[in-house]
Design a protein around this ligand. Structure first.
Ligand SMILES: Cc1cc2nc3c(=O)[nH]c(=O)nc-3n(C[C@H](O)[C@H](O)[C@H](O)COP(=O)(O)OP(=O)(O)OC[C@H]3O[C@@H](n4cnc5c(N)ncnc54)[C@H](O)[C@@H]3O)c2cc1C
Length: 311
């Protein structure tokens, strides 16, 4: 079949999304575009708007559960929309990154300069844009430990149904940041994305940054089931405790439906043991929520974002 093309990017039809997620599950997108430039991205948005398609944004796919039925409309996958530049200015390392730039690229830039943000970024998967949207970070009391502390500003693209795009620079302090969440940039669901992120940190090199990055990676290897597909922590920590502890206390380690299993190593991870479906992962999530509600009276909320057709 001939692939529809926009002015710049190629739009593919009926594309399986499982390879675009760290859980390796999820059905097809009706249409998928993978922009590599601002021109591609504008053309992708125009393609969706001209056909009246709902538009869904995918970053690194490391915090999403995509339905087995897939996602209707157009998915814009930003992984290839990447690139960063860095310079030392006014005593700070200032970085400008396209939102699809991987966090590991960002880590390398901080590491090259021996700066502390490299430590919390160690082992954090996904892209910079997803890092902002999820206010990704770690539980340990380090400084910095979350994206809110290193982000100065973002460039938001908003569009209307005619495909007219408005680009707006928003300062980090104009956004609403909370635990694993950032709001205030989105004008309307399905009609906004973060295209660029500006970050900075005092240029005060520390000699122990590399060894601390190595030990952070080592801790993850020891504590997390990194040998199996997952999306990291599935549940947000409830106030005053950790979700993993609560799930473990409810006796749910090892609970499985088909190929989806609560990890024996870390109870807040649900791993794909080989051939899990999104529906099996969803069943495990719901069973964990129900059991923890009944046994501990705690309402576990998912950190993972549910995308696609779950009706
Ligand atoms: C092994 C493993 C370990 C993990 N450890 C951690 C951890 O320690 N701490 C932590 O915070 N997270 C962790 N995560 C979860 C995940 O990596 C983070 O939440 C990450 O920041 C998500 O980024 P992403 O690019 O993959 O976003 P995605 O999963 O692709 O998207 C997440 C959400 O953001 C939206 N989105 C993504 N990019 C954009 C954009 N540019 N504009 C608008 N919307 C966008 C998507 O629509 C979706 O709603 C882990 C995941 C794995 C697999």
């Amino acid at each position: 079949m001939k692939e529809p093309t926009t002015q710049a990017a190629v739009v593919r039809e009926n594309v399986r999304l499982s390879p675009y997620t760290s859980w390796l599950v999820g059905g097809p997108a009706d249409f998928l575009v993978e922009p590599q430039s601002e021109e591609d991205l504008s053309a992708g948005i125009a393609f969706g708007c001209e056909r009246g398609l709902p538009i869904t944004i995918l970053g690194g796919g490391t915090n999403v559960l995509i339905s087995d039925k897939g996602i209707r409309g157009l998915v814009i996958a930003l992984k290839k929309f990447s690139g960063l530049s860095a310079e030392v200015r006014d005593g700070r390392l200032s970085i400008e990154a396209l939102s699809g730039t991987s966090k590991s690229e960002l880590l390398k830039t901080f590491l090259k300069n021996k700066l502390e943000p490299a430590i919390f970024l160690a082992g954090l998967p996904g892209d910079v844009g997803g890092g902002v949207v999820m206010n990704a970070g770690i539980g340990e009391m380090l400084k910095p430990r979350e994206f809110v502390e290193i982000t100065d500003a973002v460039e938001v693209w908003n569009w209307n149904s005619d495909g007219q795009i408005q680009k707006k620079k928003m300062l980090a302090r104009e956004l609403t940041w909370s635990y694993r969440h950032c709001e205030g940039w989105r004008e309307a669901a399905g009609a906004s994305l973060i295209a660029k992120v500006w970050m900075s940190w005092p240029h005060e090199p520390k000699e122990d940054v590399l060894s601390r990055v190595r030990s952070a990676n080592q801790v993850r290897l020891t504590k997390q089931p990194l040998d199996m597909p997952s999306c990291g922590s599935v549940f947000v920590n409830p106030p005053g405790t950790s979700a993993g502890r609560v799930v473990e206390a409810a006796g749910l380690k090892g609970f499985a439906v088909g190929g989806a299993k609560v990890s024996e190593k870390h109870a807040n991870f649900i791993v794909n043991t080989g051939a899990a479906t999104a529906s099996e992962i969803a069943q495990v999530i719901r069973h964990v929520q129900k059991t923890v509600r009944e046994k501990a009276g705690i309402e576990l909320k998912t950190e993972v974002v549910w995308l696609g057709d779950w009706a």
